[in-house]
Structure formats: structure tokens, C-alpha cells
Design a protein around this ligand. Structure first.
Ligand code: NAP
Length: 246
């Protein structure tokens, strides 16, 4: 299987790339700025699975033309892509009354519109090959988290996007699903999550802990694979059982 993963240089995306490589898949992944981190991932893949093809591409998902260019390059390099994981995402926290246009627009452009650009690019090749998997990385914030109006709106939008694509393309062999992660230790949560939120998580999560990145990556790989053939338009929580956040 060939996977295309956005934001594979760090955190959850990196864990997905590494799990895919270990499982024997080929992976094209993107980064926006962290070229050195992306190189590290490629080196890691080469060291662990010398036969796997793993390549990094610089891409800002907010730029539709760049998505088209990089998407075409990936299809040239890998001939075909079986599954696309729209993972790239950012936080710009703040209360709504004081949220700047930039913080609103940047989060929506990256998390929602960028995911749409990427999914749209791969729909044509998926239609041509009669199959394809779209996996979107959502968040419990899709139900609303205080101080994250922009992020919450972007993640709720992803659910609508995924469900629409599930209905529009299901009959063509293309599925679309959202994975809803709980709390995972990455740069995003280290830098963007208040300590009160972390305490809340560890107190109220039925498993009493944050998730391990491989626990999330395994679910993503399932959804990217043929094994998930009748899962479509779903939201799959990987939250340890916590189904809300404040
Ligand atoms: P992270 O460690 O901050 O990594 C974010 C990744 O997205 C990086 O690879 C980054 O590239 C890339 N990226 C950011 N802006 C981009 C843009 N405009 N174009 C292309 N790539 C861009 O974050 P993470 O925690 O792994 O989060 C990954 C996804 O999971 C996000 O969608 C996030 O909302 C979601 N999520 C995370 C958690 C959690 O607990 N961590 C919980 C719920 C949902 P560079 O490395 O080049 O900057």
C-alpha cells in the first residue's frame, strides 16, 4: 500500500509514517517548515526498513496550487496512492471575543481548507483506480472546546467534509473517515494545551492517561487499509473513552 500523509515530520503524523513503514508500506509525507525533522524521518525509515520507499515533500497545505504540484509529484514518484491521511494541523488558542482574523483564518486554512485541497487532489486518481481511502485527523474539539473556537470549527468542518465525501464517492470504492484523537503528547499539545486541560484529561479519561502515538497510528493504518472496506463516513474515537472536553 502507498500512503500519502500530510504533516509527517512530527507528532502524530510522524508516528503514522513510522508505523506504515514498519508494516511494509510505502509512504510519501509532507512537512511545512521542519525540513531537518522530515529528513530524520526518512533516515529512520531507511535504517529500519531499507526496502520501503519513504519520501518527504515540502508542502504548505494552505496553498491550493502547491497541493496540486506536490500531489502530482507524489503520483509521478509512486505511480499510485492508495490512502491519503489529512493530518497537518495547528492550534492558535484564544477567546473568541479577542481572536484575530489571522488566528481564525490560519487555523481554518490549515486544518479544514488544506485537508479539502488535499482530498480533492487525490479524488481524481482514486476514481480512476476505482478505490481509495481518505482519513482525516479530527479532534474532540469538534464538539467545542473553550478557547479554541477556530480549532473547534475547523475540526467540526472536517466531520462534515468527510461525511459528504463518504456519500459522494462511496459507490466508487472510495471511503472517507475521521479519526478523533484524544490527548497525545506532541509539540502541539506541549505548546498549545493549558496545564488545566491536561489535568482534566488525566482525571476524567476512563483509561486514566494520555494515548501513546502508536495506539493512534494503528487505527489510522486500519482505516487506510483494505480491512476497513465497509467503514465509511465514520468518526472513530481514539480517546481512551473520554468523549468530551471543556
Ligand atoms: P504537531 O506535532 O504540531 O505536528 C503538526 C504537523 O503539521 C507538522 O508536521 C507540521 O509541519 C504540519 N503542518 C502544520 N501546518 C502545516 C501547513 N500549513 N501545511 C502543511 N503541514 C503543516 O501536531 P500533532 O499533535 O502531531 O497533530 C497532528 C494532527 O492531530 C493535527 O491535525 C491535530 O489537530 C490533531 N490532533 C492532535 C491531538 C494531540 O493530542 N496531539 C489531539 C487531537 C487532534 P512542520 O513540522 O514542518 O511544522
Amino acid at each position: 500500500m502507498v500512503l500519502f500523509v500530510t504533516g509527517g515530520s512530527r507528532g502524530i503524523g510522524r508516528a503514522i509514517v513510522e508505523a506504515a513503514v514498519v508494516a511494509g508500506h510505502d509512504v510519501a509525507f509532507t512537512y511545512r517548515e521542519a525540513g531537518a525533522a522530515a529528513e530524520e524521518v526518512v533516515d529512520w525509515a531507511r535504517a529500519h526498513e531499507p526496502d520501503a520507499r519513504c519520501r518527504a515533500y515540502r508542502l504548505d497545505v494552505r496553498d491550493a496550487a502547491e497541493v496540486e504540484r506536490v500531489g502530482d509529484q507524489v503520483l509521478d514518484d509512486f505511480e499510485a496512492v492508495d490512502a491519503v491521511v489529512c493530518n497537518a494541523g495547528i492550534l492558535r488558542n484564544g477567546v473568541a471575543a479577542q481572536m484575530s482574523d489571522a488566528d481564525w483564518n490560519d487555523v481554518l486554512a490549515t486544518n479544514l481548507t488544506g485537508s479539502f485541497y488535499v482530498a480533492r487532489h487525490f479524488l481524481m486518481p482514486f476514481l480512476a483506480q476505482g478505490r481509495g481511502r481518505l482519513v482525516f485527523i479530527g479532534s474532540l474539539a469538534q464538539n467545542g472546546i473553550s478557547g479554541q473556537a477556530n480549532y473547534s470549527a475547523s475540526k467540526a468542518g472536517l466531520v462534515g467534509l468527510s461525511k459528504a465525501l463518504a456519500k459522494e464517492y462511496g459507490r466508487k470504492g472510495i471511503t472517507a473517515n475521521v479519526v478523533v484523537p484524544g490527548f497525545f503528547d506532541t509539540d502541539l499539545t506541549r505548546e498549545g494545551m493549558a496545564s488545566g486541560h491536561k489535568d482534566f484529561w488525566n482525571t476524567y479519561c476512563p483509561l486514566g492517561r494520555m494515548g501513546h502515538l502508536d495506539e493512534l497510528a494503528r487505527v489510522v493504518l486500519f482505516l487506510a487499509s483494505g480491512a476497513s472496506s465497509f467503514v465509511n463516513g465514520a468518526e472513530i474515537p481514539v480517546t481512551g473513552g473520554l468523549d468530551w472536553a471543556s
